[in-house]
Write a protein that binds this ligand. Structure first.
Ligand SMILES: [Zn+2]
Length: 310
């Protein structure tokens, strides 16, 4: 896999690992023999698909390279360095909250800032179209610049959707309006509901978790650093990602009824996103290969399921 499982951007290459030449930026955890390629576009981490002995070997090699670098910076057990053109993040012997804080809090905060920039651009666009000052500007050279920027923005956004669709990661039938996504809970379990222009999506089990994990970053648009840190604490107190998910998405957690995801408290949205991601990776690491393939395979099976329901 040489593209990001989350956004389909190219992950680049490294010269350090012949068995896994993927990723310009790599994170590795020698204690648990894990390697990730970090996406240059969305900054999310892609777990390597190497099997256990290969991973042990590759991690040991990365550690050798890393100890030989002179330019290193470390904060609370997590160190960053560069070997040739490859940037490395070494996860030392740290607790899960420290690791998760480093990995998720920064990214959720960054996404919130980007979300705010897009809102500001939209406001500026509305002012430009509807106010006298905007009308004045439209007759100057600025109009060409603004129109050009808007066209580029629309093309980029569309391209992103097109790439995800092409990679089989987002089926048209699954493309429910993020604002419509809701979790329905009754005594026997939960389902995910969503609406799109021509119908309804209803999913349960692994397919529901997968779609929720894909939609949450779009619905939540990031989180303040304090919110992300609180979310990590909540997961830790619950005993880990899976107990957190089991307890939260249940009759005794959110409660029986229909819960629109966009209306959930910010801490809950951040905690669900982190816990779903962690649970998915842990399943992949335990060698449940179905979980690794989930991103690619289940889009098709989900579409079949949707057709059956509809
Ligand atoms: Zn990405």
């Amino acid at each position: 896999v040489s593209t990001c499982i989350h956004c389909d951007a190219k992950l680049g290459e490294n010269q350090l690992l012949p068995e896994y030449p993927v990723g310009k930026r790599l994170a590795f955890d020698p204690g648990n023999a894990r390697i990730w390629a970090i996406c240059p576009r969305c900054e999310r981490w892609n777990l390597s698909h190497l099997d256990e002995p290969e991973r042990q070997h590759a991690v040991a090699r990365l550690d050798q390279y890393f100890s030989a670098t002179s330019h290193k910076a470390a904060i609370s057990g997590i160190a960053v360095g560069e070997v040739g053109k490859t940037k490395l993040v070494r996860i030392g012997d740290v607790s899960w909250p420290t690791f998760a804080g480093w990995r998720y809090a920064h990214r959720l905060h960054g996404r919130r800032i980007r979300g705010n920039v897009i809102s500001a651009m939209f406001t500026a666009f509305v002012l430009y179209i509807y106010t006298p000052l905007g009308a004045h500007l439209r007759y100057s050279w600025i109009s060409d610049v603004v129109t050009g920027a808007i066209v580029i923005w629309i093309i980029t956004t569309y391209r992103q959707f097109h790439l995800l669709k092409k990679a089989g990661k987002l089926q048209v039938a699954e493309n429910a309006t993020p604002q419509s996504i809701a979790i329905s809970i009754d005594e026997s379990g939960w389902r995910l509901f969503g609406q799109h222009a021509w119908g309804e999506v209803q999913l349960d089990g692994a397919a529901a978790k997968r779609l929720l994990a894909m939609q949450l970053p779009i619905i939540a648009q990031g989180a303040k650093r304090e919110v992300a840190e609180q979310a990590i604490e909540v997961i830790q107190r619950a005993g880990g990602p899976t107990p957190y998910l089991d307890r939260t998405i249940s009759a005794s957690g959110l409660g029986v009824g229909l819960h629109r995801v966009a209306s959930l408290p910010a801490v809950t949205m951040a905690a669900l996103e982190i816990a779903l991601n962690e649970e998915h990776e842990r399943a992949a690491l335990r060698g449940e290969l179905a979980a690794v393939g989930l991103e690619h395979v289940s889009a098709r099976s989900v579409a079949a399921e949707v057709r059956q329901l509809g």
